[in-house]
Design a protein around this ligand. Structure first.
Ligand code: ZN
Length: 244
């Protein structure tokens, strides 16, 4: 089965529409949390994910919109956009967000989680030592995470230390090597932070264990205009153009 792997949509309809268009007829969408928060189209983004066959876990911004976490770790702009997103969602869509699990295992040995298996929604997995510790604590063959908005891949061959794999647009990884396990972040659809403003996503083949990494340009100015019209913080719309 071919699966579209997406994370951190952040209410950016233009970005998710572009990604879903490119994903075409993949059989399922696996979403790693933070459908909402920051951007101007929370309802549309939830509806677009729900239109497809999907497996989705919850992120910290989804929980913020549900008023279900302590926001002391959020900055002022994140809180402001969280409250705006909350005010623009129906009870039925909020119920959908509330129904999302913290983790999912959509295929044997494959874990989906927003931050990390050990710290749920909060851990930014950015370093080899973190990936090594996390992979050492689980038998999972593949862990897909979001949260950092940075596309990354780490491989752990047996008991050997984790190795970092650089990802470039169009890259194909063959991950079916015996005894090798992986931790992978497909990057962010709606608010990339690696200096490349293009939406980020992956395609995962659950049989061959092949992963393709892609970037796609989307009409970022349209999203920015909507944010300004909505009165969302300008720092949040500015960062989309820079990919930071
Ligand atoms: Zn996020």
């Amino acid at each position: 089965m071919k699966v579209g792997l997406i994370a951190d949509i952040h209410s950016n309809a233009e970005a998710i529409i572009s990604v879903l268009g490119r994903l075409g007829d993949v059989e399922e969408i696996w979403c790693l949390g933070d459908i909402v928060g920051y951007g101007p189209d929370p309802a549309r983004c939830i509806d677009l994910v729900r239109e497809r066959r999907h497996v989705c876990v919850i992120g910290n911004h989804d929980l913020c919109v549900l008023n279900a976490i302590d926001v002391s770790e959020f900055n002022a702009e994140a809180i402001e956009s969280c409250l705006w997103n909350r005010d623009h969602l129906s009870g039925e869509r909020l119920a959908f967000l509330r129904s999302l699990p913290a983790t999912a295992e959509p295929a044997p040995g494959v874990i989906l989680v927003h931050g990390s298996p050990r710290k749920g929604i909060w851990e930014y997995v950015l370093s080899s030592w973190q990936a090594d510790e996390i992979l050492s604590e689980t038998d999972a063959s593949m862990i897909f995470v979001g949260h950092s908005h940075i596309p990354l891949a780490f491989m752990k061959p047996g008991e050997a230390p984790v190795e970092y794999i650089h990802l470039a647009d169009g890259q194909v990884l063959e991950l079916n090597k015996k005894g090798v396990r992986y931790l992978i972040n497909p990057g962010s659809v709606g608010q990339p932070r690696d200096g490349d403003p293009r939406a980020s996503y992956m395609i995962f083949d659950t049989e061959s264990y092949q992963v393709e990494f892609h970037r796609i340009a989307y009409p970022v100015e349209t999203t920015q205009e909507k944010m300004l019209l909505a009165g969302l913080p300008t720092s949040l719309s500015d960062r989309l153009k820079a990919g930071i």
